[in-house]
Write a protein that binds this ligand. Structure first.
Ligand code: ADP
Length: 237
């Protein structure tokens, strides 16, 4: 599904943390929100997800205006930074959670969960609890949980943070694979320039609540729109 954000503003108290943001993401593209800490990336992701209200502006998903819809009616799956799985629930119940809330029939839930277990190489682990899994397995369960309700959009908040380099690479590969297989449109938040340039089809560079550049990695790297983008993106080691 395409996403369009138009003239979006967000104020917290008297501070404008998102300043007149406008951009469009095409269907099946993977977009990175890149910028330093405090630049507004997470707030924008939360607004698109419906977890936070914008102060002004419009959001369209697949051409439909969604900024007045609750999160569960936006067709979005999201994965939070710390991958918090429900500790007291088995892998099966974690993945099934969203489907149970939507009151799907048990046999449909079972089919869907087993399909995802297979897709994510988690077969045989359905009765385990999160603490009985490796870090990589836990991440894949979190992704499976986000994908269970067949979202049109996948939103990932710093999915690669807080894990070691090996896991990070593994998770990145999983996300790219799922993205291609499931024809998802997705957005991930990152403060890592290299990650954004390597993985994403489009990169949105934020600085102090302003969208400084929205373009392909190649454009951003070779023809940065502002001195900030040049210095921030040029800072790749
Ligand atoms: P990033 O994800 O780029 O690190 P954030 O979107 O988390 O940036 O934050 C952008 C700005 O909004 C920061 O200055 C932050 O302090 C402020 N902010 C975020 N959430 C809140 C909130 N709930 N209340 C007040 N200020 C907030």
């Amino acid at each position: 599904m395409s996403i369009e954000v138009k003239n979006l503003i967000k104020n917290f108290h008297n501070t404008e943390v998102l300043k007149n943001i406008t951009f469009q993401i095409e269907e099946e593209e993977m977009t990175a929100f890149l910028g330093p800490s405090g630049s507004g990336k997470t707030t924008l992701l939360r607004i698109i997800a419906g977890l936070e209200q914008p102060s002004a502006g419009e959001i369209y998903i697949g051409g439909e205006r969604v900024d007045h819809l609750p999160p569960q009616r936006r067709g979005i799956g999201f994965v939070f930074q710390n991958y918090a799985l429900f500790k007291h629930m088995t892998v099966f119940d974690n993945i099934a959670f969203g489907l149970k809330i939507r009151k799907r029939k048990n046999e449909i839930i079972g089919c869907k969960v087993f399909e995802l277990l297979e897709k994510m190489a988690l077969q045989g682990l359905e009765n385990r609890y999160p603490h009985q899994l490796s870090g990589g397995q836990q991440q894949r369960v979190a992704l499976a949980r986000a994908l269970a309700s067949e979202p049109k959009l996948l939103l990932l908040d710093e999915p690669f943070a807080a894990v070691d380099a090996k896991l990070r690479k593994e998770l990145r590969q999983w996300i790219v694979k799922l993205h291609e297989e499931m024809k998802l449109t997705s957005i991930f938040v990152t403060h890592d320039q290299q990650e954004a340039l390597e993985v994403a089809d489009r990169v949105a560079v934020f600085n102090q609540g302003k969208l400084e550049h929205f373009g392909t990695p190649r454009e951003i790297y070779h023809r940065p729109a502002t001195p900030f983008v040049a210095s921030f993106v040029g800072d790749v080691n």
